[in-house]
Design a protein around this ligand. Structure first.
Ligand SMILES: [Fe+2]
Ligand SMILES: [Fe+2]
Length: 262
């Protein structure tokens, strides 16, 4: 095991996602678990934006992954991706149930979410994964703040579950990125990294603008938020080095036996 206890190939990821479905925290939506008007004003719009983001069907992502897999022959990855998207939808469903209980309106469209989806549509699989990882890293920081910003036991449990899942999502996408990167030459990889770093910093600024009421109420300043996001970035960079080593050392992942299909 090269780091903590994360899966190291697509078959293990498939098992992880299958097992995780049965190990979820119990979220109780009690009748008296109603947040104050002040809290609702602070977190309502912000939760609605994240709920919209979690509900993305990921159709273009799946199509690009399918093309990539058609060239590389790794069907097990597609099965993991399907379970990964189901987890994101579970996050969206949990947040929606909470919003319905608190009478927070559900959003159908929001400009940052639309920009994020448009950007992802325009790019190849590697860059799309990079953009997606930006969202996952920032989400890890955001849900910590949301946990602190509300006294609702249901919302706190939802945040705890999402924080757990997003931690694994970053690893899962990091390994997928290592695979997608391997198909590019070093110059294109450097350009992609340069783009990734700029997009990440822009995303931090945009998330601060849209969600500062939640972030501030958990005690974060813009500098504190930026620092925490950059800590996640640094952790990702060292993970990517490990993934690349693992990828070189153990196997061409496109040759892994597809136990998930049996
Ligand atoms: Fe999520
Ligand atoms: Fe995620």
């Amino acid at each position: 095991m090269y780091k903590r206890d994360y899966p190291e190939n697509w078959n293990d990821w498939f098992d992880y996602f299958e097992t995780n479905k049965d190990c979820l925290l119990d979220i109780t939506f009690a009748d008296d678990d109603i947040i104050s008007l002040q809290t609702k004003l602070c977190i309502g719009q912000s939760v609605a934006i994240f709920q919209l983001g979690e509900s993305s069907e990921g159709r273009t992502f799946i199509n690009k992954a399918r093309e990539f897999v058609a060239r590389n022959g790794n069907q097990a990855y597609m099965k993991c991706l399907d379970l990964f998207i189901k987890e994101e939808h579970r996050h969206a469903d949990n947040l929606k149930t909470f919003m319905n209980q608190q009478k927070i309106p559900v959003l159908r469209k929001q400009w940052t979410d639309s920009c994020f989806r448009f950007l992802r549509k325009c790019l190849d699989l590697e860059i799309e994964i990079r953009v997606l990882i930006c969202a996952e890293l920032i989400a890890k920081v955001y849900y910590h703040s949301l946990y602190d910003a509300s006294h609702s036991p249901a919302l706190k449990t939802i945040c705890r579950q999402i924080m757990h899942d997003e931690d694994y999502h970053v690893q899962f996408q990091g390994q997928a990125l290592a695979l997608a990167k391997s198909a590019k030459d070093p110059m294109r990889q450097s350009l992609a990294h340069f783009f990734h770093y700029r997009v990440y910093n822009a995303a931090i600024a945009v998330v601060w603008m849209d969600h500062r009421s939640v972030l501030k109420s958990s005690g974060l300043s813009i500098f504190g938020f930026h620092k925490l996001c950059m800590r996640e970035w640094q952790a990702l960079q060292s993970d990517l080095k490990e993934h690349a080593k693992l990828f070189k050392k153990t196997t061409r992942w496109n040759q892994v036996t597809i136990r998930a299909e049996v």
